[in-house]
Design a protein around this ligand. Structure first.
Ligand SMILES: *Cc1c(COP(=O)(O)O)cnc(C)c1O
Length: 460
């Protein structure tokens, strides 16, 4: 019988960045000063930074050397054409507009396609995506399957669209009121959950019937493709690159935050197949971002992105990336810590409702739990619950999401397995002492995307 064989990262480390330990006294002072909001901590006071996988990837030696070849021409930069070629080759979209990051692409497409009074269905919301839809006068409608809102459901494709919910909305509001369906791969707010190609094909068929477009939030498309390769019938012998292309081919346009899957520290783009939309976007990008051959990115960043896209769809890379997340998730599961199931692709999502059943949702349990983990070990996590969900734009009340989560997001190619062990031990310790954790009250609330800058105090 063959012994179980371990996998290891498909790279070795050429350069290191020292990080520093902090004392419990330091951390207590720091989190109080930050108003119990991990977004307001200084990174020098953080030991292992799991705030986000956005812009935090380690670039490869190939990417760093590509940066030296960046063409910083204001117009017609060669680096733009390298990036454009990579996007067209791996993703297949026709026209590319660079933007400084994902939300700028969301801004452009929302402005172009959404009219006041429109409805924009999506497989759950993302914070910036929904805000841009609303600022353009649209109303976001969640059409994800119910399982996505249940942290204990082990459905392998919790990112799937509920076709009945979608068709009901189309019939009720009329196709003319629906500029597009927004499809995210993978679904961040559901816990990094993928959708299946079978489901996407059905969404394509349905939207075709009503002549509605699909805009693809392709921020983590390679991770979604990997989960399809692993778990969807008929895809086990296809490469991640092939599956990525198949996903993109089923959609009409895409917004990309290249700071995630595509392994760069800054950048994004809008990609469209429709020439008229492209023309308008090319016009608008000049107003908000920069000329259409750089759109807010430096030439060197476009060059690094061209290489990053190629590396991001490599099977060995993506297996190790998702493998590391699953390693951490399995450790926490073994310790009985309540996490969102199945384990997602870019991070572990702690189920704060179950972790802290004695803290009511309007006392911000996930926010309190993230602060507590920082206090224990200097590991920085992020709230994804009632604070992130914001307020209802009509009533001004809190949105009360079913999911009240703390996200431990794993940067790509940055930390080792030993770091994963340290993280797991800290979360386990906090879990042992969970009954002592109290809720918070909000003492400062910004108008937009409040989770970034809100401040809290401990309730005594
Ligand atoms: C990060 C993210 C965005 C926004 O991109 P930025 O580069 O942060 O502006 C949009 N959608 C999803 C799913 C994301 O994770």
């Amino acid at each position: 019988m063959q012994k179980k064989r371990s996998w290891a990262e498909p790279y070795k480390i050429k350069m290191v960045e020292p990080v520093f330990m902090t004392s419990p006294e330091d951390r207590k002072r720091c989190i109080e000063e930050a108003g119990y909001n991990t977004f307001l901590l200084r990174s020098k006071d953080v030991y292992i930074d799991l705030l986000t996988d956005s812009g935090t990837s380690a670039m490869s030696d190939r990417q760093w050397s590509a940066m030296m070849r960046g063409d910083e021409a204001y117009a017609g930069s060669e680096s733009f054409y390298h990036m454009e070629e990579a996007i067209q080759h791996y993703y297949g979209y026709k026209h590319i507009i660079p933007t400084h990051q994902g939300r700028a692409a969301e801004h452009l497409i929302s402005k172009i396609m959404i009219k006041p009074g429109d409805f924009v269905p999506g497989n759950m919301y993302f914070t910036t995506t929904r805000l841009h839809q609303e600022l353009a006068g649209g109303t976001f409608v969640d059409v994800i399957i119910d399982e996505a809102h249940d942290p204990e459901s082990t459905h392998p494709f919790k990112g799937n669209v509920d076709l009945e919910k979608l068709e009901h909305l189309i019939v009720e509001k009329g196709a003319a009121k629906i500029p597009y369906v927004c499809i995210a791969t993978t679904v961040n707010m559901a816990g990094g959950q993928p959708l299946s190609l079978e489901n996407l094909k059905a969404v394509r068929a349905l939207t075709k019937k009503y002549r509605i477009k699909i805009v693809h939030d392709m921020t983590r498309v390679a991770e979604n493709a990997y989960m399809i390769q692993q778990n969807e019938k008929g895809y086990s012998d296809k490469s991640v690159a092939q599956i990525v292309k198949e996903i993109c081919d089923l959609t009409d346009a895409a917004t990309m935050s290249a700071k995630k899957d595509a392994l760069v520290n800054i950048g994004g783009f809008l990609a469209v197949n429709d020439y008229d939309i492209y023309e308008e976007a090319r016009n608008l990008v000049v107003v908000y971002e920069g000329l259409h051959t750089y759109g807010g990115m430096a030439g060197r960043d476009m060059e690094a992105l061209a290489v990053g896209i190629t590396e991001s769809v490599d099977d060995d890379h993506i297996r190790a990336r998702v493998g590391q997340v699953q390693y951490l998730g399995n450790k926490l599961l073994e310790a009985g810590v309540p996490i969102v199931m199945p384990i997602g692709t870019h991070g572990i999502f702690l189920n704060a409702r179950k972790f802290l059943p004695h803290v009511s949702q309007d006392m911000f349990p996930a926010q309190a739990l993230a602060a507590e983990i920082y206090l224990d070990s200097g590991v920085r996590a992020m709230e994804r619950g009632i604070v992130s969900a914001g307020r209802n734009k009509e009533t001004g009340e809190h949105n009360y999401p079913k999911l009240e989560l703390v996200r431990l997001t794993i940067p790509r190619r940055v930390y080792t397995q030993a770091h994963m062990d340290v993280i797991a031990e800290s979360v386990e310790e906090v879990y042992q002492n969970r009954e002592d954790i109290r809720g918070l009250k909000m003492v400062y609330e910004p108008k937009y995307l409040r989770f970034f800058q809100a401040k809290f105090e401990k309730v005594v």
